[in-house]
Design a protein around this ligand. Structure first.
Ligand code: ATP
Length: 378
């Protein structure tokens, strides 16, 4: 598997490098979410904690109210107390939230996922898609990363200062406003090129767009990717229309390395890619800004299986390892990189072994039993 070294911008490097004389402590905010969220976030906390402890680093997990539980206790899906605590952190773990079922016209129901991405300017959503041993997959040997713009595009909750980016002038017409800016396109492209440079192998970025139709918006996005490419002569840039890319991804995903694209294309394509290698339960993600990073699996809150207590925690745990790597760079703590590598290894071995698997992988184990099996290998 290729390295996922997420570039840490200098703005985030305000904390001093770790003093080897004092024990290292790193604080991580924990937002459990809805549906399967609390179960898979609990697994993530247990696994991250064990691996970091092994390498002499204490992780302080700070639970914060969010989602439907927070409506009960604090009258909001994203209480003020949670937001202010997050401002005191550099890292968080967010479980999936059931925002699709939140009432639309009730201001107490904010979509925490969209709001936090916008509020903390988490401009890149990094979603690796990697073949894992022992997992039945439609395609073998996949090792790619989708870098998705995260703060604008077609996402109605992100693209206006006030109000919503969808308008309905009369009962039969809806206008959806899509925003593409030079600034957001440049920085997400920069993140993708840095990531490609840090990976062994191809060192290639593929920009995915629809500039033949969305000439101005995707034209600007592609222009920015080409501009950033000039700063990375050691990384190759090519580009594909999103329809051609969607087909090529199914047929020959092995040819791709790092993919950079706009918000909605990235969302759709990362689910497509995850399905090629075994499903949503295995697809991690990290939301990265210049001062804050938030681990968040690519999947939703899976309300259909929440009562079974058998959701696959791999996606959320691997999102946690991406966060550990980011924090390891930030605090100059190689122990966090080693902890992340231990977790990746333990998950791969648990899957390869195949004795303890969750139902989405044709097993019968609960989330907790699978987590225990991973912990035994750390
Ligand atoms: P939401 O409304 O929060 O988006 P959803 O069910 O519409 O939830 P996903 O949560 O992404 O969307 O789920 C899509 C399908 O994948 C569901 O059948 C769900 O059970 C399954 N799924 C998603 N995540 C997992 C997981 N971690 N483990 C097992 N199955 C999962």
């Amino acid at each position: 598997m290729n390295a996922i070294n997420i570039d840490v911008p200098s703005a985030a490097l305000s904390s001093k490098a770790h003093d080897p004389e004092s024990p290292a402590r790193v604080s991580i905010a924990v937002l459990p979410g809805d549906g399967i969220g609390p179960d898979i976030v609990e697994s993530t906390v247990r696994v991250l904690d064990a691996a970091a402890t092994k390498h002499g680093i204490a992780l302080d997990f700070v639970p914060l109210p969010v989602g439907l539980q927070a409506i009960e206790t604090h009258g909001s899906t994203l209480p003020e107390e949670t937001l202010s605590a997050l401002h005191r952190h550099k890292a968080g773990i967010l479980g999936p939230v059931s925002h699709h079922i939140y009432p639309r016209d009730d201001s107490r129901y904010v979509n925490p996922s969209g709001y936090l991405r916008k509020h903390f300017d988490l401009y890149a959503n990094i979603r690796p898609v990697v073949s894992l041993p022992g997992v039945k997959a439609l395609q073998p040997d996949v090792d790619l990363v989708i870098v998705r713009e995260n703060t604008e595009g077609f996402y109605a909750d992100r693209n206006l200062l006030d109000g919503n980016g969808e308008l309905r002038p009369n009962r039969d017409v809806v206008l959806s406003v899509r925003v593409v800016t030079r600034r957001a396109s440049m920085r997400v492209a920069d993140q993708a090129f840095r990531l490609a440079r840090s990976r062994a192998g191809q060192r290639r970025v593929t920009a995915v767009h629809k500039a033949n139709v969305l000439r101005l918006g995707d034209g600007l996005f592609l222009q920015c990717c080409r501009r950033v490419a000039k700063d990375f002569p050691d990384v190759q840039l090519d580009d594909l229309h999103v329809d051609a890319f969607a087909a090529a991804l199914v047929q020959r995903p092995q040819q791709f390395d790092v993919i950079v694209t706009t918000n909605m294309f990235g969302d759709i394509l990362s689910n497509e890619a995850a399905s090629l290698v075994g499903g949503l339960g295995l697809a991690p993600g990290l939301n990265v800004g210049s001062k804050f990073a938030m681990a968040q699996a690519a999947h939703g809150s899976a309300p259909d299986i929440a009562h079974l207590r058998a959701a696959n925690p791999v996606a959320e745990i691997l999102s946690g390892t991406l966060l550990l790597r980011w924090l390891g760079d930030l605090h100059e703590l190689p122990g966090l990189q080693q902890a992340a590598a231990d977790i990746d290894f333990a998950i791969r071995e648990t899957l390869r072994d195949g004795q303890v698997l969750t139902p989405d992988l044709a097993g019968t184990a609960t989330t907790q039993a699978f987590t225990d099996a991973v912990l035994r290998r750390i």
